[in-house]
Design a protein around this ligand. Structure first.
Ligand code: GDP
Ligand code: MG
Length: 163
């Protein structure tokens, strides 16, 4: 049995980028094909000497706006139910959106341990959104840049400590 770490959040916040960064190598992410729902991705990752099963949730990118919330939930429900730790990602560049708020409210009711992650904070960007993220009621956000690798070592340590 490996601790299960699930990456969730609305489309485009950088979940798959973070997944690849934590998994340590390009993980068979099939080139994006328009109209094709991408499957959830699994990988075994070694984080600060702690082996975990990492799950990327996806397949929401083409959802119609009116069904977005429902589909976010459907895609994440199973994964979150079995999670030892949930990485809830927001995009610090776009700020907190109603979808983030909605998802956070649902997530708080699931009773799983959550780590709040403010992504896309490279350079000086995202400080305001990282502050704003406190209002989600999921603790203090950890600022990272999945694309540039900033804050990833700290995040790995935090995950290893909590699973
Ligand atoms: P997902 O839909 O949540 O899986 O998001 P993706 O991982 O597919 O990323 C969505 C977009 O955000 C892509 O264009 C990424 O290159 C971009 N992105 C991901 N992480 C970062 C980051 O740390 N900084 C910036 N500026 N862009 C990022
Ligand atoms: Mg993705």
């Amino acid at each position: 049995y490996l601790p299960v770490v699930v990456i969730v959040g609305r489309p485009n916040v950088g979940k798959s980028t973070l997944f690849n960064r934590l998994a340590g190598r390009r993980h068979a992410l099939v080139a994006d094909t328009p109209g094709v729902t991408r499957d959830r991705k699994d990988a075994v990752a070694m984080l600060r000497g702690r082996k975990v099963r990492l799950i990327d949730t996806a397949g929401l990118e083409e959802a119609a706006p009116e069904s977005l919330y429902g589909r976010m939930r459907a895609s994440s429900e199973m994964a979150v139910a079995h999670a030892d730790l949930v990485l809830f990602c927001i995009d610090a560049r776009s700020g907190i959106t109603p979808a983030d708020q909605h998802f956070a409210n649902w997530l708080r009711r699931q009773g799983r341990p959550v780590l709040l992650i403010a992504n896309k904070t490279e350079g000086r960007a995202g400080a305001a959104a990282a502050m704003e993220a406190y209002s989600l009621g999921l603790g203090s956000p950890l600022s990272i840049s999945a694309e540039h690798g900033e804050g990833i070592a700290d995040l790995m340590g935090e995950i290893a400590d909590r699973v």
